[in-house]
Design a protein around this ligand. Structure first.
Ligand SMILES: Nc1nc2c(ncn2[C@@H]2O[C@H](COP(=O)(O)OP(=O)(O)OP(=O)(O)O)[C@@H](O)[C@H]2O)c(=O)[nH]1
Length: 203
């Protein structure tokens, strides 16, 4: 039987960076110019990624939510897309703040993460160089994409869908590692119990 899994993804970033546009692009392959500022929306989506059916719950957060709301959404999520707008340096600086909050909220640290620089169709107004995005992603040990919610054709790294899919893969990798660690620790417990019994018997 084909494997399947469920993941909860949350999209964070300053108001106006294009979170809703990116989520809608991913879900419908379309771009809609105007949205009401998001309060908070959740979507369900299913995709086949590397021969595995992945059920996604996607939370499009509000750029203006307060810290308490952010923390709640961070606790909820398995993986996170941190978005900035390449034409807005402030939105890029916000990413580090979001990452700090994630590290405080999530244990263990280094949760599955993808960094996304949006609006590359506006390259003439660029304020954040691609290399800066790459450096930040390297610091956060996560994948990095530049893209545009306007078009899947521009940008590096294969577009919006690739970013969502890579996040799902990263969640799968982390779960596999955690599963192994858990299995190893339960095997260790069994070994310890047997050793104890043998020690008792022989004494
Ligand atoms: N040129 C261009 N405009 C974009 C792109 N993505 C989003 N926009 C525009 O940027 C504005 C904000 O987009 P939203 O998707 O509402 O941004 P958001 O991050 O969800 O904003 P909040 O809901 O307020 O947090 C809208 O006018 C979009 O049309 C893009 O890739 N290129």
């Amino acid at each position: 039987m084909a494997k399947s899994s469920e993941v909860k993804l949350a999209v964070f970033g300053r108001a106006g960076v294009g979170k809703s546009a990116l989520v809608v692009r991913f879900l419908t392959k379309r771009f809609i110019w105007e949205y009401d500022p998001t309060l908070e929306s959740t979507y369900r989506h299913q995709a086949n990624i590397d021969d595995e059916t992945v059920g996604m719950e996607i939370l499009d957060t509000a750029g203006q939510e307060d810290v308490l709301q952010k923390e709640g959404h961070m606790r909820w999520g398995d993986g996170f897309i941190l978005v900035y707008d390449i034409t807005d340096r402030g939105s890029f600086e916000d990413v580090a703040l979001l990452k700090n909050l994630l590290d405080e909220v999530k244990r263990p640290k280094h949760v599955p993460l993808v960094l996304l620089g949006n609006k590359v169709d506006l390259d003439h107004a660029r304020q954040v160089a691609t290399e800066e995005g790459e450096r930040l992603a390297a610091d956060m040990a996560c994948a990095f994409y530049e893209c545009s919610a306007c078009s899947d054709l521009v940008g590096t790294g294969g577009g919006v869908a690739e970013a969502f899919h890579e996040l799902c893969r990263e969640i799968r990798r982390r779960r596999a590692v955690q599963g192994k660690t858990r299995r190893r620790s339960s095997t260790t417990h069994v070994k310890q119990a047997i050793n104890k019994m043998l020690t008792k018997i022989s004494s």
